[in-house]
Design a binder for this molecule. Structure first.
Ligand code: UDP
Ligand code: MN
Length: 440
């Protein structure tokens, strides 16, 4: 069989490119024999594009907004599907016979080239609703016909969850029942929620893990990181996989970052390993993202007095005095946005600005309050699986930080909903487990 195959990912901004770069290096580390392709949009800076080109076999710019094709028209009537339309452009990669799509927030631990023997559409069950597949990892066969059909379907029917996962599950609706060979083992898409929703299974099967998927808010690049100790500040079973992500990042990606990059990538380029810096640049970035996502820190840095001071400073019209009472919604002209986050599509025009008090905050995994830390992954040639559980007692801490979902405020994160749903379940499950300190 001389099929031309490729791993495909997507990044619409420089922050997600950090994930794409680490993902690509993780694939190279396990010596995949296949091509690596990244789809980007004009929201990615030129300097970042240059870095992507040094790791990926192909960097393909997809501009859904500018194209005059059906996807563009569909987008006009369905602006909420911006990222989704970009993602389904992977079907247009007809220079390849078979591809595997990987979200930019996935990380590969072991060689998975055998996935290319599977048929379209193969994927692993979603943890929130196992009769749906999770669209962070899927095998597909590029075809312009399928692409056109997907665009038409999206335009007519939309997506039941507002994102690509809903769309693809509706389109490939036979997945749940028709052919069990299209069900990938969970090891190919281990969602982070499994780390606190079913701990005994994690202990039993964790070492089989091939691909990890950091769904929801817990993107590795948004984690607090201690630059002097080179360690992730997460105290949970996720510490080891997160550390693995950061180890690759520090080794391969960070040295290539440039201050001309946008958003978090630009901020991180300023930090140096070994410095006593604890990532305040990152915190500032997160705060800005939180603003964009509607999670405004009214009581803290985004307090009205600060906003007013900023307005005054910007308008250079002293003396400015704050009105007696703050408005119920923030002044739209003052978001502290300097990062160049360029969304794919119009949804940025419909920002979701919910008052933070009502904004549901995904609680951090309960295990993070558990005094359990993990050892760094033990690297074996070609195959690396982080050790998942190691009982080391450290002082418990409860992360209070709420981390925004994405770089842009548009979509209600589809898969995050299932994650939130699981958050409740996890508490009871984990509380059973935290009493004992167990090891794989
Ligand atoms: N993505 C992107 N820019 C965004 C949001 C998403 O490029 O602003 C891409 C990226 O490849 C990401 C995928 O779309 O991994 C799906 O989004 P995400 O992983 O954030 O969703 P989740 O898996 O958490 O539901
Ligand atoms: Mn994802």
């Amino acid at each position: 069989m001389t099929e031309k195959c490729a791993w495909v990912t997507l990044a619409t901004n420089d922050s997600y490119c950090l994930g794409a770069l680490v993902l690509a290096h993780s694939l190279r580390k396990v010596a995949t024999k296949h091509n690596l392709v990244v789809l980007i949009t004009p929201g990615v800076t030129d300097v970042m594009k240059d870095r992507l080109q040094s790791v990926f076999s192909e960097v393909i710019t997809v501009d859904v907004l500018d194209s005059k094709d059906a996807a563009h028209l569909a987008l006009l009537s369905r602006p909420e599907l911006g990222i989704t339309f970009t993602k389904i452009h992977c079907w247009t990669l007809i220079q390849y016979q078979k591809c595997v799509f990987l979200d930019a927030d996935t990380l590969v631990f072991k060689n998975c080239d055998e996935l290319f023997e599977r048929e379209e559409l193969s994927a692993a069950p979603d943890v929130g609703w196992p009769d749906c597949f999770n669209s962070g990892v899927f095998v597909f066969q590029p075809s312009n016909e399928t692409f056109d059909a997907l665009v038409k379907f999206a335009q007519e029917k939309g997506s039941f969850d507002g994102g690509d996962q809903g769309l693809l599950n509706q389109f490939f609706s036979g997945w749940a029942r028709e052919d069990i060979k299209k069900h990938l083992p969970f090891a190919y898409n281990v969602c982070t929620t499994a780390f606190y929703s079913y701990l005994p299974a994690l202990k039993q099967y964790g070492s089989d893990m091939k691909i990890m998927h950091f769904i929801g808010n817990l993107k590795p690049w948004l984690q607090k990181f201690n630059w002097s100790s080179r360690s992730v500040a997460e105290e949970s079973h996720l510490q080891a996989p997160l550390q693995y992500w950061w180890d690759i990042f520090l080794d391969k990606v960070h040295p290539c970052l440039d201050s001309a990059m946008a958003g978090l990538a630009g901020s991180l380029s300023q930090l140096s390993i070994g410095s006593s810096e604890q990532g305040s640049a990152v915190e500032e970035h997160l705060r800005r993202q939180g603003w964009e996502a509607g999670n405004i820190d009214y009581m803290g840095a985004d307090a009205f007095s600060n906003i007013w001071a900023k307005i005054s400073q910007t308008l250079s019209s002293p003396p400015a005095q704050a009105p007696p009472s703050p408005p119920s919604t923030p002044a739209p002209s003052t978001p502290p946005v300097t990062q160049a986050v360029v969304p794919v599509a119009a949804p940025v025009e419909t920002p979701v600005v919910a008052p933070p008090v009502e904004t549901p905050v995904v609680a951090p995994p309960a295990v993070s309050a558990t005094p359990v830390a993990s050892t760094p992954p033990v690297e074996t040639p070609k195959e690396v699986v982080p050790s998942v559980v190691k009982p080391v007692v450290v002082s418990p801490s409860i992360p209070e930080e709420k981390v925004p979902k994405k770089d842009e405020p548009s979509a209600v994160p589809p898969k995050a909903a299932s994650q939130e749903a699981q958050t409740g379940a996890k508490d009871s499950k984990v509380s059973e487990d935290i009493g004992e300190e167990t090891q794989l």
